[in-house]
Write a protein that binds this ligand. Structure first.
Ligand code: DAH
Length: 327
């Protein structure tokens, strides 16, 4: 019996050394420690031990039981500690998708419009966001008492020098004329600023695409045809649009084009246009006897609203990913 105890003791020592996982520890417990395990079954054999040896064998057996249980406890604690220190990463889980950015719908519109106008022979140019009063107003034939020059409508940067955040992209027309000789056929996209209260169709900061075509014999009929071609290219044949006479200081005659918002009865003004006023040609250093031209200025956010069927312009800049993701 004593030999048997020693043998099992050796076995326990040997096997416990090679335990490396929780499962192996569990098998160890099943083999030695449970009721029908090797240690417990030795206790059953105690009844066959001669009376005079019972005390010694009993002590030895109890020691074996205690030793094996403390080996088990120690390893169990070691594994628990290890588990607590390892972050629980399940490498078999599928990866989480990160949000991949897309182009903002307004940028998409600008790119689409540039493509369409390029096909019609227009070049692309840009001008500064901070303008002087001369380019933003005077050269464009705004009279000195025009309401747009009021602080209520325009963000002044330096009122003494009349530096403003441009209220439209039209001053870029003047910069084109100053730097080029006709024929000029250019579009000028950019950001514009107005001291305006916000609502479903107005923002204080938005985008326009200006267009300018100056050559000999450029006519209003061509302007209208070009606006119609553009609208059809962007929206398809089902689009409903209308022209209305209008007024701008820098064009004569002037017009506006409205587009019917899909699925509604509402018209939205998307572009102002007209024949470049002779005073404006003069400001740009162009001979108004020889050349004529037309100009136009689109509101890009409004075009985007029609394109995307958004009915509130502010939704474009609230950065709600659920809105932006749809386009
Ligand atoms: N600048 C005008 C605006 O911001 C839009 C505009 C109208 C531009 C007529 C033009 C034009 O070039 O010919 O409301």
């Amino acid at each position: 019996m004593i030999d048997e105890i020693k043998e099992i003791n050796n076995l326990i020592l040997k096997e416990s050394k090679s335990i490396g996982t929780k499962d192996e520890l569990e098998s160890f417990k099943m083999k030695f420690l449970v009721k029908k395990g090797l240690v417990q079954s030795l206790f059953l054999k105690m009844k066959d031990v001669p009376k005079e040896d019972k005390k010694d064998v009993g002590l030895l057996l109890n020691k074996l039981k205690q030793d094996s249980e403390s080996i088990y406890k120690e390893l169990e604690e070691k594994f628990q500690e290890e588990e607590a220190n390892t972050p629980s990463i399940d490498l078999t889980l599928p990866g989480r998708n990160s949000n991949i950015g897309t182009q903002h719908p307004v940028t998409q519109t600008i790119d689409m419009m540039i493509e369409i106008f390029k096909d019609m022979g227009f070049a692309v140019a840009e001008g500064p966001d901070i303008e002087d009063g001369y380019h933003n107003f005077d050269a464009l034939n705004f009279p000195h008492d025009h309401p747009a020059r009021d602080m209520q409508d325009t963000f002044f940067i330096q009122s003494d020098k009349e530096l403003v955040l441009r209220t439209h992209t039209s001053p870029v027309q003047i910069r084109m004329m100053e730097n080029m000789k006709p024929p000029i056929k250019t579009i000028m996209p950019g950001r514009v600023y107005r001291n305006e209260s916000l609502d479903a169709t107005h923002l204080a900061e938005f985008h326009q695409i200006e267009g300018l075509y100056i050559d000999e014999n450029v006519s209003m009929a061509e302007l209208k045809a070009m606006m119609m071609t553009f609208a059809k290219k962007l929206y398809g044949d089902n689009l409903e649009f209308r022209f209305r006479p209008s007024f701008f200081p820098f064009t004569e005659p002037s017009a506006e084009m409205d587009i019917r918002r899909p699925g509604t009865t509402k018209w939205m003004e998307v572009v102002g246009c007209g024949m470049v006023h002779p005073n404006v040609l003069k400001s740009g250093g162009i001979d108004s006897e020889k050349y004529t031209g037309f100009a136009f200025g689109f509101g890009i956010e409004r075009i985007t609203m029609i394109r995307t069927s958004l009915d509130d312009i502010r939704a474009l800049y609230e950065n709600d990913i659920r809105v932006l993701k749809q386009f």
